[in-house]
Design a protein around this ligand. Structure first.
Ligand code: PMV
Length: 369
C-alpha cells in the first residue's frame, strides 16, 4: 500500500509592527497591517507530519504527543478543510495528469493519489520550544500544518496563497510562510482574499540582523491573544488611534528601513511599536498585562545601552520587542550580540545555559561583565 505522508517544519516569526485586533473573527482579518522577521535558527520551530489514508475514520491531531481536539468549525478544522478544498480543486483541474509528489513513497497509483482529498488525515505537530508562552508557537504551528498538507497534497500553491489559509488558523501564522522580512497586508475585502503575507526582503538581504531570545518565563500566558484582542477592539480608544494614525506610516517607514538596511530607524520603530502594543493592552478594559518586572528591566537595560552609545556619538545598538507574553526578543547587528548577552548575564542570573549557535563564547559560556 502506498503511504501518503509529508513532514515540513516552519519557524516562528516575531513582529516589529504588531498585529493586535480583528475586524472579522471567523476569517481572522486584522484591523491593521503588520510586519515581522522570521527566525531562521533551529531552536524555535514546529515540525508537522501529515498523513492521509483511506482507513482513517476521522481527522486527528497530536500536539507535542498529546491528542488535541479538532473542534467542528474551529480553526484547525477550517485550515484542514480549506487545504482539502484546494486539493479537490487541483484534482478536478488535473484529472489525467496528477503530479506525483516527491515526498510520497514511490509507486503511487494515480487513481489513489487522485482521491486523497477524500481521505481523513492524521497530523502530528511538535514544537521544540514552550507552547503558548508568547513565543509565537501558534504562528509556527499553523504555518507548519498548512505547509505539510500542501506538501502531502502536492499543491502548486505560492507562500502568499498558503498564507491565506494559515491566517485562518492564527493570524500571525500567515507571516511564517516566508523567511526573512515579511509583511501581512491587512487587505480591504470582506472575504479576506486580499489579506495575505508578502515578502519585504529575503533573509539574505540583511543577514547581519540577529535575534536574541530572552525567556523570562515559559509558562502559558494568562490572556490568550484571541480573547485579549477582542477585549481591546471593544474597549480601547488608543487602538482606534493606532490603527488609523500610527501603523500605516510605520509600515512604510520600517519597510524602507529594511530595504536600506538602516538599523537605527528599524530599531526605533520596532521599540516604539512594541511599547504601543503594550500600551494598547493596558488601555483595554479590564487591562491586560503581558510584561512583568523582568521584562521592564530588560527594556530599561537596552534603553540605557542605546543611550550610552548615542550620547558618545554612536548609533542605536539593539531593539527590544515583546509579544503577548513577558519574553524579550532583542534584534541587533551580529557584532553587538556578544556584548548584549554579557550585559544580560550581568544583570539577570541565568537558570539555563545560553544556547550559542554561533559559538560566540566557547565551552565556558558567557560570564557577564
Ligand atoms: O496570531 P496570534 O493570534 O497568536 O496573535 C499574535 C499577536 C502578537 O504576537 C502579539 C503580535 C504579532 O503580530 O505577532
Amino acid at each position: 500500500m502506498p503511504v501518503y505522508q509529508a513532514t515540513v517544519s516552519a519557524p516562528v516569526n516575531i513582529a516589529c509592527i504588531k498585529y493586535w485586533g480583528k475586524r472579522d473573527t471567523k476569517l481572522i482579518l486584522p484591523t491593521n497591517s503588520s510586519l515581522s522577521v522570521t527566525l531562521d535558527q533551529d531552536h524555535l520551530r514546529s515540525t508537522t507530519t501529515s498523513r492521509a489514508d483511506a482507513s482513517f475514520k476521522q481527522d486527528q491531531l497530536w500536539l507535542n504527543g498529546k491528542v488535541d481536539e479538532i473542534k467542528e468549525g474551529g480553526r484547525l478544522a477550517t485550515c484542514i478543510s480549506e487545504m482539502k478544498r484546494l486539493r479537490r480543486e487541483f484534482e478536478e483541474k488535473n484529472p489525467n495528469e496528477p503530479k506525483v509528489s516527491r515526498v510520497l513513497v514511490p509507486a503511487i497509483m494515480h487513481a489513489h493519489l487522485l482521491q486523497i482529498s477524500s481521505f481523513h488525515v492524521h497530523i502530528s505537530s511538535v514544537n521544540n520550544f514552550p507552547t503558548a508562552a508568547g513565543l509565537a508557537s501558534s504562528a509556527a504551528g499553523f504555518a507548519a500544518l498548512v505547509s505539510s498538507l500542501a506538501a502531502l497534497y502536492n499543491l502548486p500553491a505560492t507562500p502568499s496563497e498558503l498564507s491565506l489559509i494559515s491566517r485562518q488558523g492564527s493570524g500571525s501564522a500567515c507571516r511564517s510562510l516566508f523567511g526573512g522580512f515579511v509583511a501581512w497586508q491587512m487587505g480591504e475585502k470582506a472575504d479576506g482574499s486580499d489579506s495575505y503575507a508578502v515578502e519585504v526582503a529575503p533573509r539574505e538581504h540583511w543577514p547581519d540582523i540577529h535575534a536574541l531570545i530572552c525567556v523570562v518565563s515559559d509558562t502559558k500566558k494568562g490572556t490568550s491573544s484571541t480573547s485579549g484582542m477582542q477585549r481591546t477592539v471593544e474597549t480601547s480608544p488608543l487602538l482606534q488611534h493606532r490603527i488609523k494614525h500610527v501603523v500605516p506610516e510605520r509600515m512604510k517607514a520600517i519597510s524602507k528601513a529594511i530595504l536600506e538596511k538602516d538599523f537605527d530607524t528599524f530599531a526605533r520603530i520596532t521599540m516604539q511599536d512594541s511599547n504601543q502594543f503594550h500600551a494598547v493592552a493596558l488601555d483595554t478594559d479590564p487591562p491586560i498585562f503581558y510584561m512583568n518586572d523582568v521584562s521592564r528591566s530588560i527594556i530599561a537595560l537596552i534603553t540605557e545601552y542605546n543611550r550610552a552609545s548615542v550620547e558618545s556619538g554612536g548609533k542605536i545598538k539593539a531593539a527590544y520587542t515583546y509579544d503577548a507574553g513577558p519574553n524579550a526578543v532583542i534584534y541587533a547587528p551580529k557584532e553587538n550580540i556578544k556584548e548584549i548577552v554579557e550585559l544580560i548575564y550581568s544583570y539577570f542570573p541565568q537558570t539555563e545555559p545560553f544556547k550559542d549557535p554561533f559559538g560566540l563564547f566557547g565551552a565556558a559560556g558567557p560570564k557577564g561583565k
